[in-house]
Design a protein around this ligand. Structure first.
Ligand code: F6P
Length: 317
């Protein structure tokens, strides 16, 4: 018991509450985790509402452990399920926004995003050296699900020559025009950053139906980088290489910004529990911690800010 609160850590999201996998957490048992990435509690994509049997077990365990509140940490999927649990099962829940995708409304930033951005930017910096030495086009595929925050942020920070995001379908002819133009000016290398859910414009489709369905499956995105790289090489004749950053973007030590943000969000979440602000999410607005309805966070995804994409476009070519 600390600060009048007994804290239990639930392993693997809702799965832990269904299968009684919890452990007491104290400030001493969690000491030293701040610089570590990932989660000491594990994670899963278990949907608590998948069956009546699961719901029954959650309620049984809730009583068994004498819970007064649950703090859930996650992105759109986790928070949507939590809102449904709050509404239909009347569980007192507080949300904390965590995803590298930064695609949650209701908060200026989610924690994890800044770390992913730094990793992607560093990778682009490194790819610049090799692209320049070999006179190649480097295509870099980044994560972000249906939002282009990582692509635009890392692309701008890393000085990419073209940035493709899900919010703005791209025309392959325009990309090749930019790359050829750069070459004609003596810029023999180029960096193209592509978000995993960036789509070709319907005016200029170049993917087969089979390719489209294999790379844009909702459950696991990824693959556009290789197909785009192949097409660029075919159309421009410039040697092209592809790097898919993948899960490296979700690993390693978090940035100072993310450590600070996560710490502040955690403390805000506890304050909200004490105040009985359930069905709500801790959130960053400007420089302040506030609480917003979880509904606001999940009713639609927070797509890339148009102004930021305009900034990115200034440097295309
Ligand atoms: O939502 C975070 C995220 O890393 C996305 O950027 C990515 O599309 C997805 O998760 C990958 O999911 P999984 O870990 O299930 O492969």
């Amino acid at each position: 018991m600390q600060f009048g609160i007994r804290v239990l850590g639930v392993h693997n999201g809702w799965n832990g509450l269904i299968n009684s996998k919890v452990e007491p957490l104290t400030r001493y048992s969690i000491s030293g985790i701040l610089p570590r990435g990932g989660t000491i509690l594990g994670t899963s994509r278990t949907n608590p509402l998948a069956s009546d049997e699961q719901l029954q077990r959650i309620h049984e365990n809730w009583r068994k452990y004498g819970l007064d509140a649950l703090i859930v940490v996650g992105g759109e999927g986790t928070l949507s399920a939590s809102l449904a649990m709050h509404r239909t099962q009347h569980l007192p829940i507080v949300g904390v926004p965590k995803t590298i995708d930064n695609d949650l409304n209701g908060t200026d930033v989610t924690f994890g995003f800044d770390t992913a951005l730094s990793i992607a930017t560093e990778a682009i910096d490194r790819l610049h050296s090799t692209a320049e030495s070999h006179d190649r086009v480097m295509v870099v595929e980044v994560m972000g699900r249906h939002a282009g925050w990582i692509a635009a942020g890392a692309g701008i920070a890393g000085g990419a020559d073209i940035i493709l995001v899900p919010e703005h379908p791209f025309r392959i002819s325009e990309i090749c025009k930019i790359l050829n133009h750069r070459k004609s000016l003596g810029r023999y290398f180029s960096i193209v950053v592509v978000a995993e859910d960036a789509h070709p414009h319907p005016d200029e489709p170049f993917l087969s139906d089979e390719e489209s369905s294999s790379i844009y499956q909702h459950t696991r995105l990824g693959g556009i980088g290789h197909l785009l790289g192949k097409k660029i090489e075919q159309m421009t004749g410039i040697e092209t290489r592809v790097t898919v950053l993948g899960y490296t973007q979700r690993g390693g030590a978090p940035t100072a910004y993310d450590r600070l943000l996560a710490t502040r969000l955690g403390i805000k979440a506890v304050d909200m529990v004490r105040a009985g602000e359930f069905g709500r999410m801790a959130s960053l607005r400007g420089t302040k911690m506030v609480s917003v309805p979880i509904e606001e966070a999940v009713e639609s995804i927070k797509t890339l800010d148009d102004d930021l994409y305009e900034v990115a476009k200034v440097f295309f070519g």
